[in-house]
Design a protein around this ligand. Structure first.
Ligand code: SAH
Length: 244
């Protein structure tokens, strides 16, 4: 059965299974009862990666609390493409955009990385978490992308699992085209996007020396980091991901 898009959709961390009762956390209770004006007897959809998506009925609702009873499963859990986005944080509005759009485009993990020219190294993990949940709720995905605190590029490369291809968007050019790189991918992958100031020559050298790194070009124009992130994820999903 396909989901009924008119029903509000909520990510829950509780174990979901038929017949159980779930208390919504306050912000979600407020959203359902006050913003959406739902009350006892109305239905909602709840989901998480482990249980898929379920219909649940409201059995009690006040301004501060909403209780649900889980009814029937609407969607079984689904495997997701194993693609990460790694980006150097840029100005707040553009960083917000990258986080939201990466969630819509199906990134499994979102990693901020600190490079030599990164100008906005501070990100709040709780804020990122709230952003990916909101974006996942509206985009009909079943899982929530995992978000992480920023790490330095060097550390990230030292700790890298060599089985994951790192697609390095290199504004200096000279690599494969992004489409070629996205097409040949069999296993797990990650996309690396630099900051507004780009990568330094020494960062570029280190990246290129790693066997798991594939430098790619996104064409003759310099794209802003947010445009580059979206373009690369789009190419990946079309060529090797789940756009079928
Ligand atoms: N200031 C730099 C550009 C940085 S753009 C310069 O003038 O050269 C921000 C990031 O987006 C880059 O680090 C790179 O990861 C990606 N990017 C932008 N345009 C690109 C292109 N044409 N090819 C590959 N990557 C690109």
């Amino acid at each position: 059965m396909r989901a009924d898009y008119t029903l509000s959709r909520l990510y829950v961390t509780d174990a979901i299974t038929g017949g159980v009762q779930i208390e919504l956390p306050k912000p979600q209770a407020h959203y359902i009862a006050t913003v959406m004006r739902r009350s006892e007897g109305d239905a909602v959809r709840i989901f998480n990666a482990e249980a898929g998506e379920w219909r649940a009925d409201i059995i009690a609702a006040s301004k501060k609390s909403v209780s649900l009873r889980v009814e029937t499963q609407l969607r079984a859990p689904e495997p997701m493409p194993d693609i990460w986005i790694i980006f150097a944080p840029v100005k707040r509005a553009r960083t917000d955009f990258i986080i939201e759009k990466s969630t819509e485009l199906g990134a499994a993990q979102i990693h901020p990385v600190i490079t030599a020219r990164t100008q906005f190294p501070k990100l709040r993990l709780d804020r990122m978490q709230a952003q990916v949940i909101e974006a996942a709720e509206q985009t009909e995905r079943l899982d929530i992308p995992a978000v992480f605190d920023p790490v330095k590029l060097e550390k990230m490369l030292t700790d890298w699992d060599a089985g994951r291809t790192l697609i390095f968007a290199d504004e200096a050019g000279g690599g494969q085209t992004a489409l070629e790189a996205a097409q040949g991918l069999a296993g797990p992958a990650a996309i690396l996007i630099g900051p507004q100031g780009g990568f330094t020559d020494s960062e570029r050298d280190i990246l290129k020396s790693k066997p798991f790194v594939r430098p790619v070009s996104l064409g003759p124009r310099i794209l802003r980091a947010d445009t580059a992130a979206l373009s690369m994820l789009t190419l990946y999903q079309a060529a090797s991901g789940d756009w079928r």
